[in-house]
Design a protein around this ligand. Sequence first.
Ligand code: PMP
Length: 393
Amino acid sequence: MKFAGVVGVEVFAEGVWVYDEKGNRYLDFLAGFGALNFGHRHPRIVEAVKSQLDKIPLSSRVLFNALQAELASELAAITPGKLQFCFFCHSGAEAVEACIKFARLATGRRKIVAMKNAYHGKTLGALSASGREIYREPFEPLLSWFVHVPFDDKEALAQAVDEDTAAVIVEPIQGEGGVIVPPEDFLPFVRKVCDDVGALLIVDEVQTGLGRTGKNFAVEHWNVEPDLMALAKSLGGGVVPLGAAVGTQRVFEPLFDRPLLHSSTLGGNPLACAAGLAALKVLREERLAEHAAEMGKLLIDGLNSLREQFPDLITDVRGKGLLIGIEFANEDFAALTAAGLLQRRVLTAYTLNNPRVIRLEPPLIVQPEHIDQALKAFAEALAQVRNLVAVLS
Ligand code: PMP
């Protein structure tokens, strides 16, 4: 791959660092789009996976899989409200697919209300709930009975949600939409609108979950209890792919006597569950959600002072915990700054639905010295962009 003058093939990674084939070291402030909350190759998670590899990595699918039961029980204990049953898969999109199907099954209704600019993945169901035209248009017609309303438009939401509605699906903070944090009353309002008509609330915590925003799950910032939650990315500890749809008894009841209505041969395999169990232990014992809140504050403060120094380039800095978006005056400034960061060996990316926003989401194990290093590279990259703009104009 060649990008912005930097040629690099990743060959090794550890903690917050990625190394290329020439031995160059990169500070990873993207962390696989949020899939590496625990850093690369967290030793306790790698150890758990290695040990499981020597026992039974994949399930026979006939005998009971104890690790899957254990992980489901751990997730039931830490997810909010009455979430207590799990379906396991491998990716965020698959977790969302399961949530959509379970919501339709449990309510006997078809309509799904989603948010404009949402990102839920790229399989057909998840894409039908997603809100960016360039990803949708080549595959239309997508699934019917999906309706989109603007994120944070309470009136439009109240109008769209009716007695045909199976569920509202929402990211507590829109990640790929440009790191959009809703106003305080929005998610409680979504919950109420669902309750008023007996619709279910699906929260997509694929990117915001597992400590990323300074709480184990982002909905905890607003004390909202969903009926279904989609998880993936960091759930496998950054070592093995793992996703889950976690739901209440009401949601899962129709599956009790028909468990094969929705299934996945390799989903919830013992290797992935060993990784997930170790990840949840690390999250708890290393207090990573609290650490993310502290480190996020440091990073946002530093970025806000850069915004004051470069108001011609940066128009906004926002986020919660270590899910942070920096909005630029235009897409070119964002792309040039990301390229400047890459030249300085700091890995970042724009948000998939909004290329004017660069997202910073380092592993939650990040330390103040890494944040200083990233901010220094950011300041240099911004100065370089400003000089370039001055030369060209
Ligand atoms: N939901 C959200 C909120 C996401 O951010 C993403 C990925 N960026 C997905 C779902 C899809 O996950 P995956 O790429 O694992 O299918």
